[in-house]
Ligand binder design. Structure first.
Ligand code: FES
Length: 314
């Protein structure tokens, strides 16, 4: 019975197996490049690159699908009359007049589909963990740092306190350097510096004498320890970063001035609000002109041409 079937080639078709393989194409590489761009851009939070990657992935994906299905689209449905009774009997197929999917095309589609499913299962969770935090608003705690009388005018103090979030003690401990600058336009003026080095985040230390004995203040969030100090500046023990008394970088690898905290006064008590980043501080104390920016990570420039090398962070 098989001998009675028409063989490929007998009617002019090629018998070369390579003839049934899809032609080499650059579309999959372009598609992969687009997807890779999207993933990288999501990690660095650059929406421009996300858009470019998405467009590349869509265009190359479309071209890839178009190339992969060219054979199906170009092949007319087989004529029911061309199917011999023997073939129908052997394959158990019914002649319903519908175009039939070739086995190679089915296998190709199944392989791609299973590959995509496995890739998604493996990739999505890790990408989610990397990308999602960037879209979640970070809550900043407001922390009571005690009555204003605890902060003598022009006196620097190290304030050690605990954050209000439920965290282990070692994680929740915070430090800020605080100086009361006196009244400005009828309201108390404070300079409150973060102790986070803006190179890589090590804790900076005051350069100068610090009292060993702490003044303890009880607050709702727990105890606040205040140590008087007389710093000439601040230094970072990790890579030698140095800052002057207003937090401006003076030496080493840090890229901007020390971050500061906003603050507010409630019922005669100093309250620490959200932190912000600083490009440069001109002047001192209550007369300081502060180039303030939204808080960014250590190592990021906030001004000058270098700022354009850093992506927007939501
Ligand atoms: S982390 Fe401070 S200088 Fe590197």
């Amino acid at each position: 019975m098989a001998d009675e079937l028409e063989r490929p080639g007998e009617n002019g078709e090629s018998q070369d197996p390579a003839a049934h393989l899809p032609a080499p194409s650059i579309w999959p590489f372009g598609f992969a490049l687009g997807v890779a761009l999207v993933l990288v851009a999501l990690i660095i939070s650059s929406w421009v690159i996300v858009a470019i990657g998405a467009i590349l992935a869509l265009v190359f994906g479309f071209l890839w699908i178009r190339a992969a299905t060219r054979e199906v689209r170009a092949t007319p449905p087989p004529e029911p009359a061309a199917l011999t009774a023997d073939v129908e009997e052997e394959e158990g197929e019914e002649d319903d007049g519908e175009p039939r999917l070739s086995r190679s095309l089915f296998l190709e589609g199944a392989t791609l589909g299973i590959g995509a499913a496995i890739g998604g299962i493996v990739t999505l969770p890790s990408v989610g963990f990397m990308v999602l935090p960037a879209f979640l608003d970070q809550e900043y705690e407001q922390i009571d740092l005690g009555p204003l009388e605890s902060y003598p005018r022009d006196q620097w103090v190290v304030a050690k306190f605990r954050g209000t979030q439920a965290q282990p003690d070692g994680v929740a401990r915070r430090t800020a350097y605080i100086r009361y600058n006196g009244q400005q336009d009828g309201t108390p003026s404070f300079t409150i510096l973060s102790n986070r080095c803006v190179h890589l985040g090590c804790p900076v230390q005051p350069q100068g004498l610090t009292d060993e004995e702490a003044q303890m203040i009880e607050t709702e969030a727990g105890g606040v320890e205040l140590f008087k100090m007389a710093p000439s500046g601040f230094g970072c023990p990790c890579h030698g970063g140095a800052y002057d008394i207003e937090g401006n970088r003076t030496a080493g690898p840090p890229v901007r001035a020390l971050d500061r905290y906003k603050y507010s006064i409630h019922n005669g008590r100093l309250r620490l609000d959200e932190p912000y980043s600083v490009g440069k501080v001109k002047g001192t104390g209550s007369d300081a002109q502060i180039a303030a920016y939204d808080l960014v990570d250590p190592g990021q420039h906030v001004d000058g041409p270098e700022q354009f090398f850093y992506p927007y962070v939501p």
